[in-house]
Design a protein around this ligand. Structure first.
Ligand code: SF4
Ligand code: SF4
Length: 374
């Protein structure tokens, strides 16, 4: 389930050791520390001149060797995702251009500036999967990206579907429902209904891997928040320390109150900026105290059911909360805990300030791990 790791620049490996990594738990993991030599020398590259002349396995191997994993959320290896089981033919290939949270503009910027490469990567994935329909779902608040993609997609039979900007329409399951009218079954995956979603950054990486032979060594990351003087989108080498990235964006230490990785709804607070940018790091928010104040103290649940009304997955967040808190994960699973997309809408509306989504994350990680290994 892994993909190869590439040095993002030339230099010397100094250590292989446990270091803090970006994860809600604040855990450490094995990391390779590279000291750059400043030369930024590349190994020889092996682009594919005409991938259509090759068999699909060879192209998938090149995608694997380039170290490409999904850059939207879960970081699943792309070459594995592009090999759905034989009994689950992909009829619809969706490119997710619907960045669903405020603050994050990394995909928007990539679509504006790299539309040709996105279409090139999408065409490679479509050639591998042979779907009947290829569609890019993009929110209507991104007019420049829509126009750039429409131009780049001319003559390719790629459909550009403009959808209303409404959180969380960029969630995979929500986007599939909007674009196809079909629902991913509970506990299932999009391939169960003949659909596959890919991310904008992943399409760029696939194009670079095939057409230029380049491995995935960088990504576009939004650095924003009122505690930086120069917010923007940066093309960042994978492995770059987040504190270095913040210094490039003009971090003002006196104003910094909270550092959030990801968006304000689905992101999590970073305990330390001494963690590296990874392939899924789409946004870093350096927030002031007025921008993202500390949550109010948690109060008892008043059974108002506002969380259930807000849940886009039609779950019962209040009951999931009780069971997760009590450690009764089998009961939470029975109420479809694993369908929770961790959108944070329930926590946002809860008048008792219960951080509901945090109660689900730990059991999902732990219980999901146990399920995988049982
Ligand atoms: S919104 Fe909060 S207080 Fe209301 S039912 Fe849900 S968990 Fe309880
Ligand atoms: S985070 Fe809350 S609102 Fe969002 S899907 Fe999960 S239970 Fe529903």
């Amino acid at each position: 389930m892994g993909v190869p790791v590439h040095a993002p620049t030339s230099g010397t490996i100094e250590s292989v050791s446990l270091q803090p990594v970006p994860h809600p738990s604040g855990m450490s993991d094995w990391c390779i520390t590279l000291k750059p030599d400043g030369k930024d020398e590349w190994a020889p590259l092996n682009p594919i001149t005409n991938y259509r002349d090759l068999d699909r396995e060879t192209v998938l191997e090149q995608i694997r060797d380039a170290g490409i994993s999904g850059m939207g959320g879960a970081g699943f290896p792309t070459n594995i995702k592009l090999r759905p089981p034989r009994d689950r033919k992909v009829n619809t290939l969706i490119l997710n251009g619907a960045e669903c949270e405020p603050y994050i503009t990394a995909d928007d910027m990539s679509m504006r500036e790299n539309a040709v490469e996105i279409i090139a990567g999408l065409r490679i994935m479509a050639w591998i999967l042979r779907p009947e329909r290829v569609v890019i779902g993009i929110e209507d608040n991104k007019p420049e990206a829509i126009s750039a993609l429409r131009k780049a997609a001319e003559g390719t039979q790629t459909e550009i579907a403009v959808i209303p900007t409404k959180y969380p329409s960029g969630g995979e399951k929500q986007l599939i429902q909007i674009l196809t009218g079909m629902e991913v079954p509970s506990g299932g995956i999009p391939a169960d209904i003949g659909v596959m979603c890919q991310n904008v950054g992943t399409a760029i990486a696939v194009s670079a891997a095939i057409h230029r032979g380049e491995p995935l060594i960088s990504r576009v990351t939004t650095v924003t928040g009122y505690a930086v003087t120069d917010p923007g989108n940066f093309e960042v080498l994978i492995g770059t320390p987040i504190d270095y990235l913040l210094s490039q964006a003009g971090q003002e230490n006196s104003k910094l109150h909270r550092l959030v990785l990801g968006g304000p709804m689905m992101g999590y607070t970073l305990e330390t900026p001494a963690v590296p940018v990874v392939k899924t790091t789409n946004c870093v928010i350096a927030a002031t105290a007025t921008e993202l104040p500390d949550p109010a103290p948690e109060q008892p649940c008043i059974r108002c059911s506002m969380c259930a009304e807000a849940c886009p997955m039609e779950l019962l967040p209040q009951q999931l909360f009780w069971y997760s808190k009590a450690g009764e994960f089998d009961k939470a699973e029975h109420l479809n805990l694993f369908d929770c997309i961790e959108c944070g809408a329930c926590s946002y509306v809860c008048p008792s300030s219960i951080p509901l989504v945090q109660y689900y994350r730990a059991p999902k990680a732990r219980y999901g791990y146990n399920r995988l290994n049982s």
